[in-house]
Write a protein that binds this ligand. Structure first.
Ligand SMILES: [Zn+2]
Length: 247
């Protein structure tokens, strides 16, 4: 009997090993390859785009956006404001749980072209610490309010500076149709698209853009994933507007 049990156990282990090997082979190769720095020739073809949302989170709009993104299986990046995190902690936890990336947009939406020294740390490090107390993510990319930051603050950032290449200026009106058109006209492989998840119209714009561009073959990824897919290592203090295909 003991012999049969040993044989059975060996058989079960072999089957498990085979299943693991097959899972590893079938696991979406592009993600693994993106994580290990293989040459551009081996990286998957796009087109890819990264949706980024500033100024939230905001109850009533951010959660609707998360619902819509979840239905479409799309991941985005949220550059949040510290004072909006307070009271909306569960939205941050949900973002992380659902595969979104979280980034810094200062504690009080202060221009990083104007603050310096101690005020910079109060705006950026305080938010970083707040987020570290809420989610498992440890490294946070930085989007400076208004897209402006002095060279000395870039050096202090301790994070890559993420700007954008497509901006429908969604804060200027609530015209989903116009905003959608600006994005569709401007998007290309590797675009970083700027929207704000604090306006209902912007949520509609984002979801319309996702549907339109997915129908055209686009895949939506977080900024971090976009770096990996392009085989680019993000550098602290360096500005990035888009990540087009290399070479
Ligand atoms: Zn902002």
């Amino acid at each position: 009997m003991a012999r049969y049990r040993r044989l059975l156990r060996a058989g079960a282990l072999a089957a498990l090993g085979l299943a693991l090997a097959l899972t590893w082979l079938w696991f979406p190769g592009w993600y693994r390859r993106g994580r290990t720095a293989l040459g551009p020739a081996q990286l998957p073809a796009g087109p890819f785009a990264a949706l980024t949302f500033d100024d939230g989170p905001r109850a009533g709009t951010t959660d609707l956006l998360l619902d819509g993104l979840a239905r479409r299986g799309v991941h985005a990046t949220f550059f949040v404001i510290g004072e909006n995190v307070e009271g909306n902690e569960e939205l941050l936890v949900r973002m992380e749980r659902e595969g979104h990336q979280i980034g810094l947009h200062t504690f009080h939406h202060k221009s990083l072209a104007e603050v310096n020294g101690r005020d910079f740390y109060a705006e950026v490090d305080r938010l970083r610490e707040t987020l570290q107390g809420l989610v498992d993510q440890r490294d946070f990319m930085l989007r400076p309010p208004y897209g402006m930051i002095t060279p000395s603050n870039r050096a202090r950032a301790g994070a890559p500076i993420i700007l954008w290449s497509v901006d429908p200026e969604d804060w200027s009106d609530r015209d989903t149709q116009r905003q959608t058109q600006v994005i569709l006209d401007g998007v290309e492989d590797g675009s970083i698209i700027l929207l704000h998840d604090i306006y209902p119209a912007s949520v509609d714009t984002a979801l319309t853009v996702v549907d339109e561009l997915m129908a055209r073959g686009y895949k939506f990824v977080t900024v971090e994933e976009l770096f990996a897919l392009r085989g680019v290592e993000p550098q602290d203090g360096k500005e990035y507007r888009k990540l087009p295909p290399q070479g």
